[in-house]
Ligand binder design. Structure first.
Ligand SMILES: C[S@@+](CC[C@H](N)C(=O)[O-])C[C@H]1O[C@@H](n2cnc3c(N)ncnc32)[C@H](O)[C@@H]1O
Length: 176
């Protein structure tokens, strides 16, 4: 199982190959993630994770396309990013992007009708939203994750009050 931990920082996934620009990180390969391609061959990883990284990078669409290139057909990609209503999303001035739980739909079925954004495809294995503790205790986190239609309702009508914390996507690379 060859796994790439993109932007691994000091918390590199055990057994993975870490890549980061920071020499003080646990990276095995130092490089700038805003410059493509990353120094690996096509389809050279079984899996890839980017935990609290994409919000720092210049181009989310190109970054996702690079992740797609790097994993084998059917390879899994795990992305974690703050929900845009969380304190951390706007507090950190190095965050360029503030995403919601539908932000990666442009890589899904029919590219959400936006094939001109990207023609790269991922199948969504799961999307999980963590909410602030109070709302989790009151059962909102269960509802948001158990029912996709409720998650849509929450994103449209409730999320500025019932605030999110973190979004986690598990995706599978579709390659012809
Ligand atoms: C918030 S930290 C997350 C670290 C780790 N994934 C974790 O969960 O603890 C973001 C990481 O992305 C790296 N990073 C941000 N922008 C980068 C870039 N353009 N090129 C390479 N690494 C970058 C930082 O050096 C940092 O290690």
């Amino acid at each position: 199982m060859r796994t790439l931990d993109v932007g691994c920082g000091i918390n590199k996934l055990p057994g993975s190959i870490g890549i980061d620009r920071n020499a003080a990180s646990r990276a095995d390969v130092i490089c700038d993630l805003d410059h493509f391609p990353y120094p690996f061959r096509d389809s050279s990883f079984n899996a890839l994770q980017a935990v609290h990284v994409v919000e720092h990078l210049r181009d989310v669409m190109k970054t996702m396309e690079e992740f797609h290139r790097l994993v084998r057909p059917g390879g899994e990609v795990f992305i974690v990013t703050p929900h845009y209503t969380d304190f951390s999303s706007f507090c950190d001035p190095t965050h360029r992007w503030h995403l919601n739980s539908f932000s990666l739909r442009y890589f899904g079925e029919d590219n959400a009708g936006y094939g001109y954004y990207s023609n790269v495809r991922f199948e969504e294995i799961s999307v999980h939203v963590k909410l602030l503790a109070l709302w989790r205790w009151l059962g909102f986190e269960f509802l948001v994750n158990a029912f996709p239609r409720y998650r849509r309702f929450w994103e449209h009508y409730l999320c500025y009050v019932v605030r999110g914390k973190v979004i986690e996507w598990r995706l599978r690379a579709i390659k012809k």
